[in-house]
Write a protein that binds this ligand. Structure first.
Ligand code: SF4
Length: 316
């Protein structure tokens, strides 16, 4: 199957930042990974594999997590080690979730479409690098040891909706995507940003939660962010493109209208998290703070929020 990427994501390679390995996530371990991991773990299974009676049939359990949120197999590479040295003691046998992070894949009748979770600091940095005009280009499979990556498999679906009552053709969908990724979001008031952010926040399923927007958001936006935002227009545009391309919402809601609505929600959440980062750092927006805001926004959107709830517009 052909695989498509946004051009500014194509060079992605894990730089072993450890962000995904220290997040406290319950990483599922497939049955076929247990023996390969066991051969590298050098400890009893009970020291690293947590049984989960509610797990899907193909899952043996989840990886043990240290009290500080580190995966039990995470290790800090020795000083002087090459940047490519994995911080994972079982890297060749790591679970499927690990080899898929930070890829977010949509698979449909046209091929595999790859975007990234910018919670990964390496992926977030790519938004800030000088790049050609945004484009969709063909590239390699993101996970080379599998015929198809994990993701939303919409190969049996009809093309997305153009309007609530009319389907696109796949060619029309492709043409629309190539135009939509280059478009900027319409200006909105701080009040609209807050409403949209709240929509995302309310979609986070319990027992998880996400902090409210900072108090006095409108004033803080003006004081700390508004004057500096235009300097990062290219970054914000690439981030928006990464929400439009490979969006699962194309097949989960009202087609292209839902894709754009979720891109608008992402833009609003990024603005709120930018203000939050500025307040925490006690300074106006700069590239480092925006990068952290991007990471937090994708932690919320990709890893906490319920995408189906957002796509259906039924957040409580
Ligand atoms: S198994 Fe390895 S790659 Fe996966 S979370 Fe643990 S340390 Fe990270």
């Amino acid at each position: 199957m052909r695989t498509f990427w946004l051009n500014f994501h194509l060079g992605y390679a894990c730089r072993h930042s450890g962000a995904c390995c220290t997040s406290g996530w319950p990483i599922p371990v497939e049955h076929d990974r247990v023996i390969p991991i066991r051969s590298l773990a050098a400890r009893p299974d009970t020291a690293w594999l947590i049984a989960d009676p509610n797990a899907p049939a193909e899952v043996a359990g989840t990886l043990a997590v240290r009290p500080n949120g580190e995966c039990t197999f995470f290790r800090i590479p020795a000083s002087g080690a090459l940047p490519s040295t994995p911080g994972c003691a079982v890297h060749p046998a790591r679970p499927s979730s690990c080899s898929h992070f930070p890829y977010v894949c949509l698979i449909d009748a046209r091929g595999v479409h790859v975007t990234l979770s910018h919670y990964c600091p390496t992926a977030a940095s790519m938004l800030f690098e000088p790049a050609q005009p945004i484009a969709i280009i063909e590239g390699p499979s993101p996970v080379l040891d599998r015929a198809l990556p994990e993701g939303l498999d919409a190969r049996d679906s009809l093309p997305p909706l153009e309007t609530p009552t009319r389907l696109m053709t796949f060619d029309a969908f492709t043409a629309w995507e190539r135009t939509a990724i280059a478009e900027v979001s319409a200006p909105v008031s701080p009040a609209v940003s807050i409403d949209r952010f709240e929509c995302v926040r309310r979609s986070v399923p319990q027992p998880w939660s996400w902090p409210e927007a900072p108090p006095d958001f409108a004033q803080q936006w003006q004081a700390l962010v508004a004057a500096r935002w235009p300097a990062f227009a290219a970054v914000v545009r690439r981030y928006r493109a990464a929400k439009i391309f490979a969006s699962w919402a194309a097949y989960q809601g009202d087609g292209r209208l839902t894709v754009i609505r979720l891109a608008d929600l992402a833009d609003a959440a990024l603005r709120v998290e930018a203000v939050r980062q500025c307040l925490q750092a006690g300074r106006a927006l700069d590239a480092e703070l925006l990068k952290q805001a991007v990471r937090r926004t994708d932690l919320l959107l990709v890893h906490y929020a319920d995408g189906r709830v957002l796509s259906s517009g039924t957040a409580p």
